[in-house]
Design a protein. Structure first.
Length: 241
């Protein structure tokens, strides 16, 4: 099956993310807080909370941090309020960029995002300018090492579980689902005995754009600057691997 491969981009950014682990935990705590605040503290009864808790586990976030964020959300005295905002724009070489943010100060975040774009070869666009170029998908990665399953069998298993797409490489199986089927597919594959090294809802570009080495370096600087912002939770681009 064909599809957009994220794995090498994820691996390529892993070291940089490891260096920012404290900041990543801070952002995840905010997402957990929001999910628990809006849907309740029990992941079994709150699908949104379960997703972000699983995301935190994938990032090796300590359980104490997770529990602290949930407890904060259920404390009557806590009145923190965050807005979810999506910024859209273009980077070097015309690459489409989506930025998801969770902020308690819209003006601060908008200014920081705009500055990151303009100082790193990009331009911030209007709402709807690039969002239509991406599809929301569930994304699951299974490590192939020591896995006694061939591609044909894996293909049958993921289709039976309800997935839309499967990509294979020497290292991993990459599985894509409709967003509404993500949890069901993940749970079924877990019941089948598979473990995931990545499991998340993501934005997949419909068309990839090839960049020169110089444009790639500039895009990396732009994405790093955006991800370094405390209010930014996710950044997606249409850059070709």
């Amino acid at each position: 099956m064909s599809g957009h491969s994220k794995w090498h981009n994820i691996q390529g950014r892993k070291n940089a993310q490891d260096a920012k682990r404290g900041k990543i935990f801070q952002k995840l705590s905010r997402e957990i807080y929001m999910a628990a605040k809006s849907g309740g503290p029990d992941p079994a009864m709150n699908p949104a909370l379960r997703l972000v808790v699983d995301k935190a586990k994938s990032a090796n976030m300590p359980n104490d941090n997770v529990e602290r964020a949930i407890k904060k959300a259920t404390t009557a005295a806590d009145e923190a309020n965050y807005d979810e905002i999506t910024y859209e724009g273009y980077g070097p070489g015309g690459v489409a960029i989506l930025v998801h943010a969770l902020t308690d100060n819209r003006n601060r975040t908008a200014t920081n995002v705009r500055v990151a774009f303009t100082r790193n070869g990009g331009s911030l666009g209007e709402t709807g300018s690039v969002n239509y170029l991406f599809d929301r998908k569930g994304y699951l990665v299974i490590q192939r090492e020591d896995l006694a399953v061939d591609e044909e069998t894996m293909f049958e298993d993921v289709l039976e579980a309800g997935a839309e797409d499967l990509q294979t490489s020497a290292e991993v199986f990459e599985i894509y689902t409709a967003p509404e089927d993500f949890v069901a597919v993940r749970d079924q594959l877990e019941k089948d005995g598979f473990a995931f090294v990545q499991a998340e809802l993501t934005m997949v570009p419909q068309t990839m754009i090839a960049l020169t080495e110089e444009q790639r370096e500039q895009l990396d600087k732009l994405v790093d600057k955006l991800e370094d912002d405390d209010d930014v939770s996710e950044v997606f681009t249409s850059a070709e691997l």
